[in-house]
Design a protein around this ligand. Structure first.
Ligand SMILES: Nc1ncnc2c1ncn2[C@@H]1O[C@H](COP(=O)(O)OP(=O)(O)OP(=O)(O)O)[C@@H](O)[C@H]1O
Length: 270
């Protein structure tokens, strides 16, 4: 009889399917992310990237399949209680940090320190919040209501909210969409330091951009399936190439010919 060792993977998804009404959005995803990896999740608009990360962090309940996070099974309700959510930071896609409620940057970032049964802020939370805001270059906005910040600044507030926990796993859904180049560079520098310290990252991206040197592996989705899991595409070179189409069409499930998938076809496929 074969004895299976307990998994050391930080994320382990097996046979994931997700259906919403008549749509079959995830079609049998297997994904493993090991400790210390920086994995980029790529693919055309509508290929299922956000649906997948939402399933991985317990927001979407898969129709079939299993997820383990930090070695613990992710179920619903009590069954996911074994997962230590304090070790996981999640930045959703283009959510806006204000949510229509006029809270300050400090309050939004501090809410990242609350999780599971912790309903009170820990001692020293103000310093932790300030440090997290410093990491995204917004320490001077600590008292500002977030709904008055720009879209890119709000996105950076959400990154600070995820970082304030000092997580072991960061799941980021297009974290730098709408963020200016200087802030993307600052974000990449912060990530580099955290990854050097052992952080594991799963990040949805349309272009590797400033994070390119950090990305150890790329997973490409197409129509809800993994079509590549391995070396990252050399997107930057492709973008520099004369004739590269910089238009990234907002397309549906049928659109395969995006810049991302063509870059992948050109650079990665053997
Ligand atoms: N709850 C839902 N009900 C119906 N359709 C859904 C639901 N969630 C996602 N979809 C559909 O599933 C497909 C995949 O969506 P998803 O947001 O995962 O794509 P994506 O790869 O993240 O795209 P983008 O690059 O545009 O962010 C889309 O066609 C979307 O409309």
């Amino acid at each position: 009889m074969q004895v299976t060792e307990p998994s050391k993977a930080v994320i382990e998804a097996r046979g994931l399917h997700f259906r919403a009404g008549a749509s079959h959005i995830l079609r049998g995803i297997d994904l493993t992310v090991e400790q210390g990896e920086v994995v980029a999740l790529l693919g055309a608009n509508g290929s299922g990237k956000s649906t997948l990360v939402r399933a991985l962090v317990g927001i979407n309940t898969p129709s079939e399949g299993t997820v383990r996070l930090l070695g613990e099974p992710l179920g619903t309700g009590r069954r996911s209680a074994a997962v230590d959510w304090s070790r996981i930071g999640y930045v959703p896609q283009r959510a806006g940090a204000g949510g229509g409620i006029p809270s300050t940057a400090q309050e939004v970032v501090a809410s990242g320190l609350l999780h599971g049964r912790r309903l009170r802020l820990p001692r020293g939370w103000r310093d932790q919040v300030e440090q997290a805001l410093e990491q995204v270059g917004l320490a001077d906005r600590v008292r500002d209501p977030v709904h008055l910040l720009s879209g890119g600044q709000q996105q950076r507030i959400l990154i600070a909210r995820a970082l304030v926990r000092e997580p072991d796993l960061l799941v980021l859904d297009e974290p730098v969409a709408g963020v200016d180049v200087a802030s993307q560079e600052a974000f990449a520098t912060t990530m580099e330091r955290l990854v050097d310290g052992g952080l594991t990252v799963l990040v949805v991206l349309h272009e590797l951009g400033e994070l390119e040197p950090l990305v150890s592996r790329a997973v490409v989705l197409r129509h809800g399936k993994v079509v590549h899991d391995g070396a990252p595409p050399r997107a930057r070179n492709d973008h520099d190439r004369v004739g590269h189409r910089h238009q990234h069409p907002h397309a549906d499930d049928n659109a395969l010919d995006t810049a991302e998938t063509r870059a992948f076809d050109l650079e990665v496929r053997p």
